[in-house]
Design a protein around this ligand. Structure first.
Ligand SMILES: C[S@@+](CC[C@H](N)C(=O)[O-])C[C@H]1O[C@@H](n2cnc3c(N)ncnc32)[C@H](O)[C@@H]1O
Length: 250
């Protein structure tokens, strides 16, 4: 089992304070004010009836598999916390399939040898979709207890004739402190952290690769902070599109 830090108490004020000090230290106080106002404004816009309806927009997957993975029905507190971490948004099935096909084509790997690890796994949709492939095991790490609980329910409920992996697990923890298992890994990142968090997670991956050199592939979906992975001496980009980038350990 991976070593885990204790699950932090998720506290709005603490989250806001850490978020503020990370941005102020890196970009200055003015940038922190601007980004705080921007994040809160987005939260208010996201609370309008029209946006609420949009969040139900991608319910086809849930309907097909009788699960609950959309960003609808997330409490206002968890949506406010998301301003300082990142909002829950499930991966679109066609794009997920495209990323895995691209990875297999470029790297020629056999998923049976790999752990699929989703840092910031939300309600667990990527875990469910990964289980239709023959990964050795599948692990998701989610910060918010309410989303983790729903992910656990989804893992228990999921039925698909194409399911190939049945060793699925959702862990409730801060994924930026996650100690990577020393296994060949397909790491999935759907834009899960603000910059400071992503730097911490990639730093931990680098440490882990130094201690246990092995094959790790990172699928970075919606790569808004591409420079963080690009700057890592432990990773090299092997392919990508404007929607995702694929990195391999050197
Ligand atoms: C864009 S969603 C991705 C959901 C899932 N990976 C998928 O593709 O269906 C990002 C998730 O990261 C979670 N998150 C944000 N910061 C986190 C942290 N420090 N540790 C663990 N999860 C975190 C958010 O709560 C959110 O559920």
């Amino acid at each position: 089992m991976p070593e885990l830090s204790a699950v932090p108490r998720i506290n709005l004020l603490r989250s806001a304070r850490l978020w503020w000090s990370d941005i102020a230290a890196r970009e200055g106080k003015l940038a922190a004010v601007r980004q705080t106002i921007g994040g809160l404004w987005e939260f208010v816009r996201d609370s309008t009836p029209q946006r609420k309806r949009q969040r139900y927009g991608d319910a086809a997957y849930d309907w097909d598999y009788r699960v609950n993975t959309t960003s609808a029905a997330v409490s206002w507190r968890d949506r406010l916390l998301a301003v300082f971490h990142s909002p829950h948004q499930p991966t679109e099935p066609e794009l997920f399939q495209e990323m895995l096909t691209m990875l297999q084509r470029q790297a020629g790997i056999d998923f049976r040898d790999y752990l699929f690890l989703d840092l910031g796994s939300g309600k667990g949709r990527a875990l469910l979709m990964a289980s239709d492939h023959s990964f050795r095991r599948i692990v998701g790490v989610e910060l918010l207890p309410a989303l983790h609980k729903i992910a656990q329910e989804n893992l228990a409920k999921y039925r698909s004739e194409s399911q190939k992996c049945f060793a699925l697990e959702s862990i409730c923890a801060d994924a930026t402190d996650f100690a990577f298992p020393a296994e060949a890994t397909v790491l999935y990142l759907f834009n899960p952290f603000p910059e400071a968090g992503l730097r911490r997670a990639i730093g931990r991956l680098e440490q882990s690769l130094r201690a246990h050199p092995r094959a790790v592939y990172a699928l970075y979906h919606n790569p808004l902070l591409e420079q963080v992975l690009g700057e890592s001496a432990a990773l090299e980009k092997i392919c990508g599109t404007n929607q995702y980038s694929v990195y391999a350990s050197r």
